[in-house]
Design a protein around this ligand. Structure first.
Ligand SMILES: Cc1cc2nc3c(=O)[nH]c(=O)nc-3n(C[C@H](O)[C@H](O)[C@H](O)COP(=O)(O)OP(=O)(O)OC[C@H]3O[C@@H](n4cnc5c(N)ncnc54)[C@H](O)[C@@H]3O)c2cc1C
Length: 422
């Protein structure tokens, strides 16, 4: 038999390897079946290479599948079953068995011990070779036809291949959506996810590089609001950091509909309002004869505090010239309110250099998540980011690729083998 997988990315590679492994488990040797891994670019695994800032955040250290699922704004329900078949712990084990040890960072992200994505790529290349997967680069699949029960794929210059089973693992490439549509599938609305917020505000202007360990942040549209907490980073263009990236994922579709112009509220200390007020009052009591701007409130940097008080001067012009013990009750209330719920307005979005994904893709109700087979076209399977599934930052997007790739590869083998038997 000849099996085809389109896309030499994370999902396609994993699918190809599990396909071969399953065929072997069924007693078939590599000479009996060809596995073709088509890739339009000159090399595969390009996103793996640049992922996690070149370190590849392979997965997340959360081995409870139900909790793991909570990190998918889209796909949370659909992935529950698949994670019972292959979850983060299996990923760790899979790489370990092949000589790649993963380590956990304090926030749960898992990376190769070498801190290099090349380790993952080297591992895959070795496995692809060992398992006699035919990796075909510069093979841009232009069309797919279903000639029950086989598929015909066409490349440039009229080159064609006839395939007994097909996996589409083309990531967020538009051509993959086109191929899926031509085979009867529908694509849910696409929108970027994991982006940062463009904001032009005097408070941010000179503070690029300032980070906060744990803020609370809220975005709002007319329809609803979303809240997140976590690290925040001020950048040259606005706000970034994992709290922002997570919010962008949860609200991806709605923020697109408002053209990325929406209010953002930040609680810079991540504390309840009354705690902030108490902190401020204590701070004033401890430093009565100091100029307000000289000593920052605990938890804030001096630069931020000075700029922040300076920005408040538009409403309270004398504030930055006052001694701490001259700050009025009204001013304390105002400073507290601003630290607790500072309002910015975004002017657009910016794709984070570290990680971004596509929200939207193959409509999930058209897929059987026990097998990853299409409900529309028999013998067609899907894996990875092409699906209408995406996770927040932290290794969840690769885990989707490993899990769905694993299941698609395994079940394509089972389907074709059973068919041949019958
Ligand atoms: C900069 C960056 C960093 C990231 N870092 C992380 C991270 O650390 N951890 C994490 O979990 N996620 C990360 N992600 C997200 C993660 O990389 C993706 O979710 C994941 O790569 C999706 O895998 P995939 O195999 O579905 O798609 P892809 O990796 O995009 O692979 C699809 C492949 O299919 C090929 N292809 C497409 N169409 C055709 C066609 N018609 N014919 C032939 N070939 C075709 C493409 O060229 C591509 O090689 C990052 C993303 C980016 C952009």
């Amino acid at each position: 038999m000849i099996f085809g997988i389109i896309g030499h990315g994370a999902a396609g590679t994993f699918a190809a390897l599990r396909l071969r492994e399953t065929l072997e488990e069924m007693g078939r040797n590599a000479q009996q079946d060809r596995i073709l891994l088509f890739e339009k670019a000159s090399q595969g695994l390009r996103k793996v290479k640049i992922s996690g800032g070149g370190r590849c955040n392979v997965t997340h250290h959360q081995f409870d599948s139900t909790l793991f699922c909570k990190n998918y704004p889209r796909g949370n329900r659909e992935l529950r079953g698949p994670f019972h078949q292959f979850q983060a712990q299996d990923t760790v084990e899979w790489f370990h068995q092949r000589g790649v040890k993963l380590k956990v960072e304090s926030d749960g992200r898992m990376f190769p011990e070498t801190n290099s994505s090349q380790t993952i790529i080297d591992c895959f290349n070795k496995e692809l070779q060992k398992n006699q997967i035919e990796v075909l680069h510069h093979k841009n699949i232009l069309t797919c036809e279903y000639n029950n029960p086989s598929f015909k794929v066409t490349l440039g210059k009229g080159e064609t291949f006839s395939l007994d089973g097909l996996i589409l693992a083309t990531g967020s490439d538009r051509s993959g959506y086109f191929l899926a549509k031509s085979l009867g599938h529908s694509i849910s609305e696409l929108a970027p996810s994991l982006f940062t917020f463009k904001i032009g505000h005097p408070l941010l202007k000179d503070l690029a590089g300032t980070s906060f360990e744990k803020v609370k942040i809220e975005v709002q549209t007319e329809k609803r609001k979303w809240q997140e907490e976590g690290p925040l980073l001020i950048t040259h263009w606005g706000l970034s950091g994992s709290a922002v990236l997570k919010l962008s994922a949860w609200a991806a579709r709605e923020l697109k509909t408002v053209h990325y112009k929406f209010p953002v509220f930040v609680n810079f200390l991540g504390l309840p309002r009354e705690n902030i007020e108490k902190l401020l009052i204590d701070h004033i009591k401890q430093n009565p004869k100091k100029l307000v701007t000289t000593i920052p409130l605990p938890g804030l940097t001096k630069n931020f505090w000075q700029t922040f008080i300076g920005v408040l001067a538009s409403d309270y012009p004398k504030l930055s010239e006052k001694m701490m013990n001259e700050v009025s009750k009204k001013e304390i209330t105002y400073i507290t309110d601003q630290l607790f719920h500072f309002k910015f307005t975004t002017t657009g979005h910016h794709r984070f250099k570290e990680e971004f994904v596509e929200c939207g893709g193959i409509t999930t109700k058209e897929i059987n998540f026990k097998t990853m087979e299409s409900r529309v076209c028999q013998g067609l399977f899907f894996a990875g980011e092409i699906l209408d599934i995406d996770g927040i930052t932290g290794g969840f997007n690769f885990q989707n690729a490993w899990t769905t790739g694993f299941i698609a590869g395994e079940n394509m083998a089972k389907l074709c083998f059973n068919e041949e038997e019958s």
